[in-house]
Design a protein around this ligand. Sequence first.
Ligand code: RNT
Ligand code: ZN
Length: 420
Amino acid sequence: MSMPEQIYNFAKQRYADIGVDVESALRELSMVKVSLQCWQGDDVSGFENSSGLTDGGILATGNYPGKARNAEQLRADADVAFSLIPGKHKFSLHAIYLENNGAKVDRDQIEPRHFQGWIDWAKERKIGLDFNPTYFSHPLASDGFTLSAADLGKRKFWIRHGIASRKIAESMGAQLGMKSVVNFWMPDGFKDIPVDRFSPRQRMADSLDQIFATKIDTNDETDALESKLFGIGSETYVVGSHEFCLGYALSRNKLICLDAGHFHPTEMIADKLPGLALFVKEFLLHVSRPVRWDSDHVVIWNDDLRGIAEELVRNNLLGRVHIGLDFFDATINRIAAWVIGTRSMLKALLAALLEPINDLRKWELMGDYTKRLAILEELKSMPIGIIWDYYCEKNNVPAGTAWIEEVKKYESKILSEGRK
Ligand code: RNT
Ligand code: ZN
C-alpha cells in the first residue's frame, strides 16, 4: 500500500514549521553515493582459492547459510541488495574478487581484464566501482608484514600489487565514467613490543611512494590510506597508525580514510571530519560499527552514525567525502546486512539534512544553549519515518519493513537451488 498524499504533506509541514525544506533535503540525499563493500557478501573470502580470510588481523564470525561462492552469485546477491536501497550507489571490490576461470593469478599479476565482469555489470546498472588492494590472506603476508617488510623481494611483490590495483581502478573509472577510489589498508604490525618503531614506517612510506610514482589518470582514480589502532596479532604496534597515515596523506596529497572501528573505543570519527576539513581536500570513510573492539558489526542508526552524518551535512562536506561501508557479519543474512547498513547510513544522512541548521547555529552563537539542546532533542521524534518511506517509494524500493520479505523470498530461492 503506498502512502496517502496527506500523510506525507502533514510530515512535510511539520518540518516546514521549523524552517526545514523537505524537498530540498531529499534532492540532496538523492545525490549521495554510498559504496557497498563486496566483502560483506562472502565473509571476506574472495575467489582466489578456497582458503578464505586468513591473517591480516580481521575476522568474520558466523556461519549463516547461503554465502556467495563465486562472482556470479555475489553479483546476484548485490543486485537484490541494490533493489532494496533507494538511490544509485557504488560497489567496492577487493583484489581477491578477481575472475580468472579458476586459474591462479598472483596478486602482482592482476589486470583490468580480471575485473571486466564486474565492470560490465556495474556499467549496465550505472553504478560506480571502488577498489582495494588485498594485503592479507596471502602466504607473503602471513608473517604480518607487506609494504613494510624488511625483505626486499617481498616488499617489491606488494609494491607491484599496489601499482596493479591502481591500474585496475583507473580502468574501472574510465569505463564507468565515475572515479574509482583505491583504499590502501595494510595490516602490518607486531603482536609484541618492537624495539624499532621507525624503520617499518620508513619502509612503508617508501613503498607507497613507489606505488604512487606510477602515473594514473586522476579523473578516473584516486588513492586513500586507512589507519588502524590495532588488529588481531598486531595488538602492540601497527605500522599504518593514524599519525603515519595522516602524515603521509597530507604530505603526498592523498585521501585519509577514517574507519569508525579503528580508534580508541570512545574516540569518534565524527569529530575528526571538521578537525581535518581545513587541511584535506577529500575524505574516504569506512563506516563500520565497533562493539568493544574493531568488530565490524553491521552499521545501525546509532549516535556514532548520527554524528558522522551530522558533521558531513553541517559542514557541507558531502561533496568532499566518499562514503564506504566496512562491516562483515556472517551471523545474519548477508544481503540483509548490506540493506540494513546502507539504509541506516542514508537515514542518518536524511536526519541530518532535516535539521534547521541555520537556526541552530544562530542559537549557539547567541549563547542560547537551552534552545539548541531543546530543538536537537525534539528533532529526534519528528516524523522522519514518513519522509523516509516517501523517499523509498519515490525511488521504487520497498518502504518500511517490506524489504525484509524480499530478502526472505530470495533466500528460500537460492537455498532451494542448493546454495549452502
Ligand atoms: C580492516 C580494515 C579494512 C578491511 C577491508 C576488508 O580492519 O578496516 O578496511 O575491513 O579492507
Ligand atoms: Zn576499514
